[in-house]
Design a protein around this ligand. Structure first.
Ligand code: FE2
Ligand code: FE2
Length: 174
């Protein structure tokens, strides 16, 4: 086994956290779908698939490291929201929580002097920067637009506004 027992446990837990995030995004997407905000729905359905990919990436790392994979049970997501703001704020809170979990995983890899795991986890560190940035932008946009102005947020998303926000100052900037 190339990973410590402690890191193995944390990686298994993180598989559960990523699957849980995937379910939560499906729940958020269906809220927007039913609220006739199809671009918001599309954004969160896509996020749900991304989170599943994250889980699979961790699964592969556990297997490649000859660890012991144990997929934990996943709690039911929160369904239904008061308004758009509550839904996008839950998405941001979730991403901040995952960022803290990823940091704890990197801390463990460093403590183990496990460079292979640290290297694999760097991808997640960068991914969380993008995810927190876009979730924060969406909260700001929804606050500015208000519920009656959600059409503007739809237009912003359709126009690729989030990709611009993630890449601001970088290669993605116009
Ligand atoms: Fe994730
Ligand atoms: Fe995420």
């Amino acid at each position: 086994m190339m990973i410590s027992k402690k890191l193995n446990t944390l990686l298994n837990e993180q598989v559960g956290h990523e699957l849980s995030a995937s379910h939560q995004y499906v729940a958020i997407a269906t809220y927007f779908d039913q609220a006739a905000l199809p671009t918001m729905a599309k954004h969160y359905y896509a996020q749900a698939l991304e989170e599943r990919d994250h889980a699979m990436r961790l699964v592969k790392h556990v297997l490649d490291s000859d660890g012991e994979l144990k997929i934990p049970s996943v709690p039911a997501p929160k369904m239904g929201f008061k308004n758009s703001l509550e839904a996008v704020q839950l998405a941001l809170a979730g991403e901040l929580q995952v960022t803290a979990q990823i940091n704890a995983l990197v801390d463990q890899a460093i403590a183990d002097k496990d460079h292979l795991s640290k290297n694999a986890l760097e991808w997640f560190v960068n991914e969380q920067r993008e995810e927190v940035t876009s979730a924060t932008t969406l909260v700001q946009m929804v606050k500015r637009a208000g519920e009656g102005g959600m059409f503007f947020v739809e237009a912003f998303l359709k126009d690729g506004g989030l990709a611009e926000a993630e890449g601001a100052g970088g290669e993605g900037a116009a």
